[in-house]
Write a protein that binds this ligand. Structure first.
Ligand SMILES: C[S@@+](CC[C@H](N)C(=O)[O-])C[C@H]1O[C@@H](n2cnc3c(N)ncnc32)[C@H](O)[C@@H]1O
Length: 376
């Protein structure tokens, strides 16, 4: 197995601790680890995501597995939030749920029953404990991720309420929608990132979001320059060569080419969609395409969002194929060609990569958080 990249600590950077909530397969863990962070607690409920997480992170963060700090259900009443080890940064790509309006009107806690409530309660328990014991650390930064539409979810009420709750806890909040295609991976994936910093523990008054990376890996800070300056990349950069693909298909006795029946169905639906004037049905790409569409957790079902063209490729059928799980990993920037491994079925792997964050995006945000907010 290839060596895991050790987190190179620059002399100027202070070591920091983070927790990884709704951890999936650890997109945040990789990003924080590569920026010098140490994971002290993680939480993930899905059996198969836990399998992938443990398989990979036992090598770099063995303590969380030894010290029972790899929690399953963050809503488990048996979990005492006060016992979560102190941390500087909280990471969470949390599921999006509306808050109750009734709660708001009647003075109930309207976030109760949502998973954001649990994030809030973890932070609150640290802030409360700090009032009595100054040795307990107040979390300095929260890094949250969600789908692009989150800002408009429930007519903007969900986002508004989250901001209010974080403000009330003592945090400044900044949020932007970033696109993975500007960070060196050929995928059109827009996600909202929310960065919150504790106003009494962090000096900075603002956070300048990174909007992309250029050819030299330099951060682009001007939103309007990202299309012109972002590193040019194409889908070919994440595809296996024909020889590699065929060797894997032969080894695993399977094909990634979709069946004739599925292909006929995709084509039929495309015609139907066109007639109704709604959308395109399936989307196909080749190695020269600048980016694919967003890989989602449902990719395993029929692959319709990203099909790879195979027309006129010698010895390949004249129908498109799905991505190989290794290609899905590359599309999200996972270090699948060095140390990250997939211990689960193809279907679980597609779900896991589809649910994940794109590593280069989070790695860049993490690096800026450390420079701008943690080391100020
Ligand atoms: C959008 S995914 C986050 C993926 C992650 N950011 C990554 O990089 O892989 C949300 C995750 O939250 C998990 N989840 C949902 N409810 C949970 C709960 N009550 N406790 C812990 N994890 C939960 C889901 O299983 C899912 O893996």
């Amino acid at each position: 197995m290839a060596k895991i990249k050790k987190n190179k600590m620059s002399k100027d950077l202070k070591p920091f601790k983070f927790i990884d909530l709704f951890a999936g397969i650890g997109g945040f863990h990789i990003a924080m680890h590569e920026n010098g962070g140490r994971c002290v607690f993680a939480s993930e409920i899905d059996k198969f995501a836990r399998q992938t997480y443990k398989h990979n992170f036992i090598k770099i963060s063995p303590e969380i597995f030894e010290n029972e700090n790899f929690n399953e259900d963050i809503t488990d009443p048996k979990l005492e939030y006060s016992k979560i080890p102190d941390f500087d940064i909280l990471c969470a790509g949390f599921p999006c749920q509306p808050f109750s309006h009734a709660g708001l009107k009647k003075g109930f806690d309207d976030t109760r029953g949502t998973l954001f409530f649990n994030i809030k309660e973890i932070v609150k328990s640290k802030i409360e404990a700090n009032k009595f014991n100054k040795k307990v650390k107040i979390p300095k930064i929260l890094l949250l991720e969600n789908v692009k539409g989150f800002k408009n979810h429930d007519k903007g009420n969900t986002f508004k309420r989250i901001k209010e709750v974080l403000n009330d806890l003592g945090y400044e909040v900044s949020a932007e929608v970033l696109n993975s295609k500007h960070f060196g991976v050929p995928q059109n994936r827009e996600r909202i990132f929310i960065v919150a910093w504790h106003r009494d523990s962090v000096k900075s008054k603002e956070f300048k979001f990174p909007w992309g990376l250029d050819d030299n890996g330099e951060v682009i800070f001007e939103r309007e320059k990202r299309d012109e300056r972002a590193k040019i990349i194409n889908v070919g950069s994440i595809l296996l060569s024909q020889e590699e693909l065929e060797a894997l298909e032969k080894r695993d006795k399977k094909t990634y080419t979709i069946s004739e029946k599925l292909w006929a169905g995709h084509q039929r639906r495309r015609v139907e969609h066109a007639q109704k004037g709604n959308g395109f049905g399936y989307s196909s790409f080749n190695e020269g395409s600048p980016y694919t569409s967003t890989i989602s957790a449902r990719y395993y079902k029929d692959g319709s969002e990203i099909l790879i063209e195979q027309n006129n490729i010698p010895e390949r059928p004249n129908r498109p194929r799905k991505l190989h799980p290794k290609e899905a990993a590359r599309l999200q920037g996972y270090p699948i060609d060095s140390w990250f491994e997939i211990p689960v079925s193809d279907n679980q792997a597609y779900k896991q990569f589809g649910n994940s964050v794109s590593i280069p995006v989070v790695k860049t945000i993490a690096s800026e958080i450390i420079k701008q907010l943690l080391n100020d």
